[in-house]
Ligand binder design. Structure first.
Ligand code: NAD
Ligand code: FE2
Length: 391
């Protein structure tokens, strides 16, 4: 069941398929942009992926004005301001993010700073603070997890305060998302596993969170089916192009779902765990997802139970709670399989979180915007309880 009134919005053109990247210069031209600032990171450059981007520009009427390849994990407000200065200095007229969520969200932050003609990203923290038409933005994801190429949110760390800040606006949607399986082939198994679990978390949270609606539901189910069918294959055999493209699509579709339905307790605690202890976002979600789903059983067992046919391959007899618990067990089974294949941790203690930081994480988590959309209320004691169980 959904709310009586809902909105759904996703104004992003999607181009997906083998060699899809070749379309990038044409898409820029369509939006009147001809000189790109590429936002990427050392891992993406080291994997040899920028050469595919450079090849796409050969002989095209568009050019690369500058490549910024020092995006840090989780981005940061300081880096965003630095990259915005490069954009101005290099006289670029659009932004192309080539990377995982850290690069994409940095690029979104840069777009805010340039468009709003500010030097202080922090002024625009929160929801719907952006009033101007943004610069053209193109995204080529190289991980399959965040879905940031089709979402209205940028998650950027405030390094001074040790918190991850969210910026949300209908203006933050990129213009074009390009999924090309060549760009995710090089992801190492553990990053493949963890980012894929981020996508699965988006889909699950989209399905049970308060702003769910019939459109986000159908996208969430498709993303769940694609993830369950392809994630372990990508971890086991990274060079399988079909499975890689399907995971890239799963991630994008889950992004479309959660950008509208929002996410809940798992993301609230994962953001806080990332901010306080620098645990990668996908790993934090992979660990917390079954515990967050259990936390929501009281109000959402019936909704989670609807996912049983997809997670269990058949519907499960019994009460809503029995069927929902079978779904959660399937999530745990997938985690265990990925742990075996890649070493992806399943407990916070194995992800480098000191036990004495759990209370600090819980404190940050209760102030995260994602708690608003979680079916059950999230208090400090309850967030701490979830963290202890996941420890
Ligand atoms: N805006 C959103 O909608 C949204 C949603 C979820 C998460 N996020 C944010 O995204 C960030 C995490 O992004 P992420 O999980 O994609 O990880 P990431 O961008 O931090 O990348 C992880 C690592 O993988 C490497 N890498 C990326 N692609 C590769 C490839 N193809 N081959 C080899 N190495 C590669 C990178 O160099 C990096 O070292 C977090 O800050 C999180 O909060 C944003
Ligand atoms: Fe996420």
């Amino acid at each position: 069941m959904s709310n009586d009134l809902f909105e759904f919005f996703c104004p992003v053109k999607v181009i997906s398929g083998l060699q899809a990247l070749a379309n990038l210069p044409h898409e820029m031209d369509q939006l009147g942009a001809h000189r790109a600032l590429i936002v990427t990171d050392k891992g993406v450059v080291g994997a040899g992926l920028i050469k595919h981007v450079e090849a796409a520009f050969e002989g095209a009427g568009c050019e690369i004005g500058r490549i910024f390849d020092e995006t840090p994990p989780d981005s940061s407000n300081v880096v965003v301001n630095q990259v915005a200065a490069l954009y101005r200095e290099s006289k670029c007229d659009c932004i192309v993010a080539v990377g995982g969520g850290s690069c994409i969200d940095t690029a979104k932050g840069v777009n805010i700073v340039i468009t709003e003609e500010t030097d202080d990203l922090m002024k625009f923290r929160g929801a719907e603070r952006l009033k101007k038409q943004m610069r053209p933005m193109f995204v080529v994801p190289t991980t399959a997890g965040t879905g940031s190429e089709v979402t209205l949110v940028a998650v950027i760390s405030n390094v001074q305060a040790g918190v991850k800040m969210a910026f949300t606006s209908d203006r933050l949607y990129p213009n074009v998302a390009i999924l090309d399986p060549r760009m995710t082939l090089t992801m190492p198994p553990k990053i493949t596993a963890a980012t894929g679990m981020d996508a699965l978390t988006h889909a699950c949270e989209a399905y049970y969170c308060l702003q769910k609606n019939p459109i986000s539901d159908s996208l969430a189910i498709t993303a769940i089916k694609l993830t369950l069918a392809n994630l372990a294959t990508c971890v086991e055999n990274g060079s399988n192009e079909r499975a890689r493209l399907s995971m890239a699509e799963a991630s994008l579709i889950a992004g479309m779902a959660f950008s509208n339905s929002m996410v809940g307790i798992v993301h609230a605690i994962a953001h806080a765990t990332g901010g306080v202890c620098h645990v990668p976002h996908g790993i934090a979600n992979a660990i917390l997802l079954p515990f967050g789903m259990e936390y929501n059983l009281g109000k959402s067992a019936g909704v989670i139970a609807e996912l049983a046919p997809y997670f269990c391959g058949r519907d499960i007899p019994g009460s809503d709670e029995d069927r929902a618990r079978a779904v959660i067990q399937a999530v745990r089974d997938l985690g265990a399989k990925l742990n075996k294949l890649s070493g992806m941790p399943l407990r916070l203690r194995d992800a480098g979180v000191p036990e004495d930081k759990l209370a600090d994480i819980a404190k940050v988590a209760v102030n995260d915007g994602a708690t608003v959309y979680n079916p059950e209320e999230v208090t400090f004691d309850e967030a701490l309880g979830v963290l202890r169980r996941a420890y």
